[in-house]
Design a protein around this ligand. Structure first.
Ligand SMILES: C[S@@+](CC[C@H](N)C(=O)[O-])C[C@H]1O[C@@H](n2cnc3c(N)ncnc32)[C@H](O)[C@@H]1O
Length: 190
């Protein structure tokens, strides 16, 4: 749910277990979802093995492993970065994503244009509200110097735009499991 194309830098500064960069790398190289896993249905007699072989071959032909990618996932937590690295390896994407332990407030874009996508903490736990407000303020402050970057943030925190310091170009309701969130989309200037 972004306008990202694989030629642009892609950053998730709240990467946790790495889901977002991993999905981006799969999209970027046009790798079919589930390509690296097995399915129970492969054992079913009603589906001849040739059907599976054909589908795999088709997916393999469509993948573009030569597409260079500039995807980074960072997180304040060392442990999350270790988990994200492990998950990327399991998905067969070990060398495709840059992982870094870093606080979001230390993020500094290296290019004029790019895409930042993240699912930051929501501040729903007791005592967390002020911490997340500071994170949103810092992020808004950094990104205000990079108007050609597009920013996409998913959070359930109601006053996100106020803390970030800018009205989103578009806002969309999304569920993260059972939690209702908003997906704030800030489109970078062309
Ligand atoms: C809602 S989780 C993100 C989940 C992630 N999308 C995934 O696939 O697992 C929020 C993440 O933000 C990280 N975080 C919290 N404060 C941070 C900060 N100040 N800078 C960077 N990351 C932070 C947490 O460690 C946590 O992994």
């Amino acid at each position: 749910m972004t306008n990202w194309t694989p030629d642009d830098p892609f950053v998730d500064p709240f990467t946790g277990s790495g889901t977002i960069p991993i999905e981006a790398a799969l999209i970027g190289q046009n790798i079919a979802p589930g390509f690296n896993r097995e399915f129970q249905a492969e054992e079913w007699d009603s589906i001849p093995s040739t059907v599976w072989e054909q589908a795999l071959e088709e997916a393999e032909d469509l993948a573009n492993y030569d597409q260079p990618l500039d995807i980074t996932g960072s997180d304040i937590s060392h442990q999350s970065i270790e988990i994200a690295k492990h998950n990327a390896m399991e998905a067969g994407l070990a060398d495709l994503i840059n992982w870094k332990q870093m606080q979001a407030k230390d993020f500094m874009p290296k290019s004029e244009k790019g895409y930042l996508i993240g699912n930051p903490p929501y501040g729903e736990r007791l005592g967390e509200k002020e911490t997340v407000e500071q994170i949103y303020q810092d992020l808004g402050h950094i990104m205000s110097s990079y108007p050609k970057w597009s920013v996409y943030i998913m959070t359930s925190y109601q006053d996100f735009e106020k803390q970030y310091g800018q009205k989103a170009t578009k806002k969309r309701k999304l569920f993260n499991g059972f939690i209702q969130t908003n997906y704030y989309q800030y489109f970078g200037k062309k």
